[in-house]
Design a protein around this ligand. Structure first.
Ligand code: NAD
Length: 504
């Protein structure tokens, strides 16, 4: 494992990025850039160096109230009178602006989140622009249906019935730190396609690109108040947004623990809610798998985004015939990874998002060791500036160990052998999570036999960790409620109104 100097950067910071960081970062409410009423701020850090790079307003309940009022006002204003084709046009302009400002957004994301600038370009910018365009297409395709009814009162009466799809109202969006810009777009784009308005509260660790995105919303021509951003903590701003009576729908991505709190509040107010939560994805590798795919499995399945991915393949189950080869391959490959700043695209493992998260991942590794799991690398802890963690691979793992059951959200993977595939499925499903999973086999029968038995919202075959805007995404079990992406995602942002007309 090569550890580069944490501040090594081959990319020069753009003047626009430096300018954004130097000027006070503000929230956007209506068409104004505002500080919090309290003037309190939260520090934002560069995870590669551990140094503060900006301060953002520490929004509170009053700021949330202002933002929700702005969003409610916008719901009844010019936005409600815009034709679906006009909504689509503005969304397409927003996608263009995301791309036009792509380098700035990518650098900002890497400076704030720590991830490789390659990923920032590809996912945070590229996939977000694609997502916005995909959802823009749906804006002009929302439709109800006509209904034949059998109402028999009064005798002989005739009725014409149909459904209208209407925007659900103000959406309270709360996002995590692992894909900050992309997650913001996953919430904002379907809301706009359906004619809703939005108040978004980004993660306290990574608010910068969401603030910039909301500035771009205004530049694209969205009427003021259609999208608002309040920065702040989850406990204060997030909880206030969740509980606000002016919010009709909550769109949350984050941990299962916080998701449960949000779900309880949503039920109390009968708010619509979608929860995209944690995961502990299994990757089941059969003896007949194409061994040339191990590189893809490890690179994209396990170490993508330095393991800070809800679908990360953190539990590998390898059939006995290939178990040793899988372990050897993983160990060799992981030893060859270069660890360092995301601003050097050559680095494959980048820092954890925060000092707090670095401690969490280190504690998970320590617990694995204490419980008797065998480390293949014995990587040891990282000493130095920045929030880096050395990757680790565990074998001799028991299903009950916390390293097997709890989300690590870092570059850590377990490898467990199996003989009988039915046992592998039992172990794969032995978790409270059910977000993603994968099967690695060249045998079609094996694939078709086991895909239906896996309890997960997405099962990849000979691939892992690859969502798409047209493919429903969400969790079984405690990985969430509801699905994002695809046509089905729009239903989260629409109410169905039945209209029944008595014919004369
Ligand atoms: P988190 O739950 O700590 O925070 C997520 C968001 O919730 C943040 O904006 C935070 O400020 C806010 N929040 C915290 N407490 C709150 C409260 N009491 N009320 C309202 N809001 C509150 O999660 P995180 O650490 O930012 O992100 C990592 C987690 O997100 C992991 O569990 C990961 O699996 C999950 N995740 C899931 C998906 C998915 O699509 N299923 C995608 C990405 C991340």
């Amino acid at each position: 494992m090569q550890i580069a100097r944490p501040d090594t950067a081959v990319e020069e910071i753009l003047p626009s990025v430096a300018g954004f960081l130097e000027s006070p970062v503000m929230m956007v409410i209506g068409n104004e850039k505002v500080a919090s009423d309290t003037s309190e701020t939260l520090a934002v850090f560069n995870p590669a160096t551990g140094q503060k790079i900006a301060e953002v307003p520490k929004g509170n309940a009053q700021d949330i109230d202002k933002a929700v009022r702005a969003a409610r006002g916008a719901l009844k204003g010019e936005w409600s009178r815009m034709r679906p084709a006009d909504r689509q046009r503005v969304m397409l302009k927003l996608a263009d602006l995301i791309e036009a400002n792509g380098e700035e957004l990518a650098q900002l994301e890497t400076l704030n989140n720590g991830k490789s600038v390659m990923l920032s370009r590809m996912i945070e910018v590229g996939a977000s622009a694609d997502y916005m365009r995909y959802m823009a297409g749906w804006a002009t395709k929302i439709e109800g249906s006509t209904i034949d009814v059998s109402i028999s009162v009064p005798p002989g009466a005739k009725y014409h019935a149909y459904t209208r799809k209407e925007p659900v109202g103000v959406v309270g969006a709360i996002t995590p730190w692992n894909f900050p810009l992309n997650m913001a777009v996953w919430k904002i784009a379907p809301a706009l396609a359906c004619g809703c308005t939005v108040v978004i509260k980004p993660a306290e660790e990574t608010p910068l690109t969401t603030v910039r995105l909301v500035e771009l919303c205004l530049e694209a021509g969205l009427p003021p108040g259609v999208v608002n951003v309040v920065t702040g903590t989850g406990e204060e701003a997030g909880a206030a947004l969740t509980a606000h009576p002016g919010v009709q729908k909550l769109a949350f991505t984050g941990s299962t623990e916080v998701g449960k709190l949000i779900g309880v509040q949503a039920m109390q107010d009968m708010k619509r809610v979608t929860l995209e939560l944690g995961g502990k994805a299994p990757m089941i590798m059969f003896d007949d798998m194409d061994m040339d795919q191990l590189g893809v499995a490890a690179g994209i399945g396990v170490f993508f985004n330095s393991g800070q991915t809800c679908c990360a393949g953190t539990r590998i189950y390898a059939q006995k015939g290939i178990f040793d080869k899988v372990c050897d391959f993983l160990a060799d490959m992981t030893r060859s990874l270069s660890i360092g700043s995301g601003l050097d695209p050559a680095n494959q493992i980048n820092p954890m998002v925060s000092a707090k998260h670095q401690s969490h991942v280190n504690a998970c590794i320590a617990r694995g060791l204490a419980q008797g799991a065998k480390p293949l690398l014995n990587s040891g802890s990282y000493e130095g500036p920045g929030f880096f963690v050395r990757p680790e691979i565990f074998t001799a793992v028991d299903q009950k160990m916390s390293i097997m059951q709890d989300e690590v959200f870092g570059p850590v993977v377990t490898v467990t052998p199996f003989k009988d595939p039915d046992d592998a499925i039992v172990m794969a499903n032995d978790t409270r999570f059910g977000l993603g999973a994968s099967i690695w086999t060249t045998n079609l029968n094996t694939m078709h036999k086991y895909v239906p038995q896996i309890e997960a919202g997405t099962v990849w075959v000979n691939a892992h960790n690859l969502p798409d805007q047209n493919m429903p995404f969400g969790g079984y079990k405690q990985s969430g409620i509801g699905r994002e992406h695809g046509r089905a995602a729009l239903d989260n942002y629409l109410e169905t109104k039945s209209v029944c007309i008595a014919l004369g």
